[in-house]
Design a protein around this ligand. Structure first.
Ligand SMILES: [Zn+2]
Length: 297
């Protein structure tokens, strides 16, 4: 059976798996990301997590998903807010040397989009937008079955679409990006300013039990998301949105405001035609998608 290896390098965890040709996860491993330890520590963790997969000699490919802006042609991580030491980091060269064979690299959200399109929520959908609402907000655009990378590889960065021009400063240097409104970090920051405690899951539980202040947090996140995705729906005329990331566990709370916002903004399309799907591969999507990257020549 054809097997491939995917590695998802996140700001908190490095996850890896051996994935079979039908998307089944045959072996998995994970390890914490020692961001403070710098490049050496992260490279040694990658080595360790791959060792944890056992014998991968016969694997078709090793693919890597990394957060941040990726120059795929040069195999370079140009800038990665969650792993600051990877600034202009020659990931493909370094990790190919480390693992003893050529690796392919792409943005982590693009990998997740690949996986959801092949094996997950969007497996029968040719074109869709993936939005991952986690610590930050990532995105991937799949058009006609292929991930759209754009002219310089930055395609799909829906997290930095401005939804509130006078809003909060964003880690990217801009202001009022979707990430400052609808990420878990943004939801928790707003909650804490209002004296509400707990993580996103417990806030969601209280919202479902009728907590008005908690419900308003998710309304706000849904509104921001609606403004951002409608811009994309109007440009691309894609009708399917897949929502993943930790906050998507509260999709039931976000969806009403998201749908209201789309309905009030979408141009020349019945808003009922827009499908909103919950990503189905969960935290595995990144490494499963990385395993689908084409091996470099
Ligand atoms: Zn931004």
């Amino acid at each position: 059976m054809m097997r491939s290896v995917g590695i998802d390098i996140g700001g908190t965890l490095i996850k890896a798996g051996v994935v079979g040709e039908d998307g089944e996860i045959l072996v998995r491993a994970e390890i914490g990301t020692d961001v403070a330890g710098g490049i050496d520590a992260i490279e040694s963790s990658v080595r360790q997590v791959v060792d944890g997969l056992g014998d991968i000699e016969d694997a078709r490919n090793i693919g890597i998903g990394s957060p941040g802006a990726i120059d795929r042609e040069r195999g370079l991580v140009r800038q990665s807010p969650n792993i600051p030491c990877w600034s202009d980091y020659p990931a493909a060269e370094r990790l190919s040397g480390l693992l003893g064979r050529n690796v392919a690299i792409d943005n982590d959200a693009n990998c997740a989009a690949l996986a959801e399109g092949r094996y997950g929520a969007a497996r029968d959908v040719a074109s869709f937008l993936l939005v991952t609402l986690g610590t930050g907000v990532g995105g991937g655009v799949v058009l006609g079955g292929r991930v759209w990378h754009g002219d310089s590889g930055r395609g799909g960065e829906v997290g930095h679409v401005v939804v509130d021009p006078r809003g909060r400063e964003c880690g990217c240097g801009g202001r009022g990006c979707l990430e400052t409104v609808s990420s878990a970090t943004a939801i928790l920051a707003t909650a804490s300013r209002q004296g509400l405690t707990g993580d996103v899951q417990s806030l969601a539980v209280r919202a479902r039990l009728g907590g008005g202040a908690e419900r308003a947090l998710f309304d706000q996140a849904g509104r921001g998301l609606g403004i951002a995705v409608t811009a994309w729906l109007n440009i691309l005329d894609v009708h399917t949105i897949v929502i993943g990331g930790g906050v998507s566990a509260a999709l039931d709370l976000i969806e009403p405001a998201l749908r209201r916002e789309i309905a009030s903004r979408v141009y020349a399309l019945d808003p009922g035609a827009i499908r909103i799907l919950h990503a189905s591969l969960g935290p595995d999507a990144g490494f499963v998608g990385a395993s689908l990257l084409e091996p470099p020549p």
